[in-house]
Design a protein around this ligand. Structure first.
Ligand code: MOS
Length: 703
């Protein structure tokens, strides 16, 4: 079913910069987010979270609060509607945090224990803050460290095994002339998108209607249907504008809470999370401890490769940050071992966060390769070139395309890498030590079945309907360009309708697979529409609509190693008096498929790189062992890169169209962060001569 795109040379809109279709609406405030869409008779829910880390709820003292002005209801485990928790959703095994108020157990600090609903959000908040909840507290344990008791090797997920092994690791290590054996740690990190999670729910003519902030409205609709035992056609979820997601906006408690409250009160209810609540209710990245052992011949050829990663999960749900998977298709060795392990603690369940596994995994692995290059007396880029595999190290499959060396070549030339003196700790400018570092980047490329409908309207325009989500990436605009090219018309003639579950099943904005999966469905629908239009006749007033479902075409894709690649470069200055690390410039060159909209693609790459900078130097959520909760769970306490921390950052790419994709796309959502923190850390070593294997590289750790 795969065909080439039928684009006329005169009308090719993709490949050149276009501003966002909804850009004016966003900057003028006309674009409404889930927390802002007006509804008549709207009531407001305010969430109450547990203050203990483990135990049982003894009582929720609702009566005084119900007497407060405007308060309509207090929902809790004693009175909330029952939901069905026994299901698997499009997001995987159901996350128990969605089964709110079903029992009295408290598995972590910040577990939802009550929802206060009132006429205004101020009244709900005041009542929620007044509500007394009594607990029977139990001993909790939130201490995460290397090799801690309870650590186990989980089962595989999404078709990927947890542990892979080939060859005799110990004998190859013993036979290696150069060995790196190092432990790297990364802290708990949070996505905290600019727009907090929010949802409004109401019953409308027997249908549950939800306006939500999410990454995939059809996935959320289907999950709500399962939870509330409804026919899937009885649930409609919309999510027109989303202010950032990064993996945190799957189905989350606000949608469930709003639906519960709307059911009880028979009126529309909205629930908006606070910034602080987001720290325990919508997922985060687990801390990791990673041990890497590399053994090589004197010329840098890898003989032994061992990546063992540990992370945590909650006591109620297993989510594994799979940091050790990264090297499986990236580097080969005679003996090769990767494994992820996990320990359940009395903490919130972690979740997908931009480049799950790959972000912390690449910090460890790409730092270790830099250490190996140093020990071999080799240039770090030459070391990577020496270890380029011909085929997938484990799969034996060919690569769809593997342009990582092209990225290094282009990046090295632009960054000025050839002039680099490899010796560390030599360059000084006043109180600053200067250094440069590099790291490889990679992310899997895949597509998932989606449906789309394209209508030729009687007025000569075209309407595209697809349950895509634009989480701020510019996906809506990219899809319009793709539709325009496929239809061979100007982009102004395309109307995009997205993020409505009534448009049918489609991939979520996740896994760097959204735009690729949606574009595939849109181009297939356009092909179908063109065939119908070719039959001739006048377009009737209701238009002519063609639909496509890519399930079969994507299922028939030949098996290959499919990945995007990149080369990250960073220059840092380290203040010898304060220990402060300042990034001076970063450059990322990517081979990530055909680029549809250079303007927004560059923003995607740069955004990821900034996050890598932030991961390297700033971000860490600190958990207090005594309370089991966070210290400073807000954007004052959780430091991340601000504008002043982000100097010259450039992203560019090499030509790398995917030969098996109708549009040539590979996916660009996550690769920008992969390797970026390692490039910064490697630059800090080059500046100071000291390896930093613990993130973030804080001033007190540098001194
Ligand atoms: Mo993304 S972390 O795949 O939503």
């Amino acid at each position: 079913m795969t065909t080439t795109t039928e684009t006329g040379p005169l009308t090719r809109a993709s490949g050149t910069a276009h501003t966002r279709l909804e850009g004016r609406d966003k900057v003028t405030g006309a674009a409404r987010y889930a927390g802002e869409v007006p509804f008549a008779e709207l009531a407001h829910g305010w969430l109450v979270l547990s203050t203990i880390a483990r135990g049982r709820i003894r009582s929720v003292e609702s009566d005084p609060v119900l007497a407060m002005p405007g308060v309509l209801a207090v929902l809790h485990h004693g009175n909330a509607p029952r939901v069905n928790g026994d299901y698997t959703s499009g997001f995987g095994v159901a996350d128990p945090i969605l089964q709110v108020f079903q029992h009295d157990r408290v598995p972590h600090v910040g577990w939802p224990v009550a929802l206060v609903v009132a006429e205004t959000s101020e009244q709900a908040r005041e009542a929620a803050e007044t509500l007394v909840v009594r607990y029977d507290e139990e001993q909790h344990d939130v201490a995460f460290f290397a090799g801690r008791p309870g650590m186990y090797t989980p089962g595989g997920s999404l078709g990927a095994p947890t542990e892979t092994e080939k060859g005799d690791l110990e004998s190859e290590l013993a036979g290696s002339s150069v060995v790196v054996d190092a432990e790297y740690t990364t802290p708990e990190e949070h996505h905290s998108p600019l727009e907090p999670h929010a949802a409004m729910a109401r019953w409308d003519s027997g249908r549950l209607e939800v306006v939500d902030s999410n990454q995939g409205s059809k996935f959320v609709a289907d999950e709500l249907a399962k939870l509330f035992s409804l026919d899937p056609t009885s649930v409609r979820v919309r999510s027109e504008h989303v202010g950032g997601a990064f993996g945190s906006k799957a189905t989350r408690p606000p949608a469930v809470l709003a639906a519960m409250a709307a059911t009880v009160l028979h009126r529309p209810v909205r629930v908006v999370l606070t910034r602080r609540q987001m720290f325990s209710v919508v997922g985060y990245r687990s801390p990791t401890v990673q041990r890497i052992r590399l053994g090589a011949d004197a010329d840098g050829r890898l003989r032994a490769f061992d990546h063992q990663a540990e992370c945590l999960t909650s006591t109620i749900h297993e989510f594994v940050e799979r940091s050790a998977q990264l090297g499986r298709a990236m580097y080969d060795a005679d003996a090769h071992h990767t494994v992820d392990r996990v320990v359940p603690l009395d903490v919130p369940t972690p979740s997908w966060m931009r480049a799950p596994g790959k972000a912390p995994g690449s910090f460890a692995l790409e730092s270790a390769l830099d250490e190996l290059a140093e020990k071999c007396g080799m240039d770090p880029i030459a070391l990577r070139a020496r270890n380029e595999p011909e085929v997938g190290p484990f799969s034996g499959l060919p690569f769809s395309s593997r342009n990582v060396l092209a990225c290094f070549e282009k990046g090295a030339a632009r960054f000025g890498w050839a002039d680099r003196d490899p010796r560390p700790g030599l360059r000084r400018e006043g109180r600053w030590l200067l250094g440069t570092g590099t790291a490889a980047s990679t992310f899997p490329s895949a597509a998932a079945p989606s449906t789309a409908a394209v209508t030729a309207e009687a007025d000569g325009t075209f309407t595209v309907r697809i349950t895509a989500a634009d989480v701020g990436t510019g996906a809506r605009t990219a899809l319009a360009l793709i539709a325009a090219d496929a239809l061979e018309v100007e982009p102004a003639r395309i109307r995009m309708k997205i993020a409505d579950s009534d448009f049918g099943p489609a991939m979520v904005a996740g896994g760097s697979m959204g735009t690729r999966s949606w574009a595939w469905a849109i181009t297939a629908a356009v092909r179908e529409l063109k065939e119908q239009l070719a039959l001739g006749g006048v377009v009737p007033p209701q238009g002519i609509t063609a639909r496509a479902d890519t399930g079969e075409a994507i299922g028939a894709l030949a098996k290959k190693e499919r990945h995007s690649y990149g080369a990250q470069f960073a220059e840092v200055a380290v203040d010898v008096t304060s220990g402060e690390v300042r990034v001076r410039r970063m450059l990322g060159i990517f081979a990530a498929g055909r680029i549809i909209n250079p303007l927004t693609a560059r923003s995607q790459f740069i955004g990821g790189m900034i996050w890598g900078l932030s991961m390297a130097l700033h971000e860490e959520a600190v958990r207090d062992p005594a309370s089991g909760g966070h210290v400073g769970a807000d954007l004052a306490g959780y430091h991340f890169a601000a504008n002043a921390d982000v100097p010259l950052i450039e992203a560019d790419w090499v030509d790398d169209p995917d030969e098996d994709d109708p549009v040539g796309i590979k996916g660009i959502g996550e690769i920008g962060i992969v390797g970026a923190a390692a490039a910064v850390a490697n630059a800090v070593w080059h500046a100071t001569g000291v390896r930093h294997r613990t993130l973030p590289i804080r001033p007190d750790r540098v001194l």
